[in-house]
Design a protein around this ligand. Structure first.
Ligand code: FES
Length: 65
């Protein structure tokens, strides 16, 4: 199985890299992609995808401990 990585960009979406199936709340496939940009700010109008609405309105930086 190929490795999938998820990066929490600073003040921006999660970027998922690697062949990934995105499922809805009932387990149905929404789409299969090699790279996803998933909203984590809650402001997108195109959930679950980031639509850029976070810009200048969301601050969250995740760091390894
Ligand atoms: S992270 Fe980009 S719109 Fe939410």
């Amino acid at each position: 199985m190929a490795k999938v990585t998820i990066q929490a960009l600073d003040n921006a979406p999660y970027v998922v890299k690697g062949e990934t199936e995105l499922l809805d709340g009932q387990g149905n496939v929404i789409k299969t992609e090699k790279e996803l940009h998933l909203c984590r700010c809650g402001l997108t109008k195109n959930a679950p995808d980031c639509d850029g609405s976070h810009q200048g309105k969301y601050q969250n930086e995740v760091r390894a401990k």
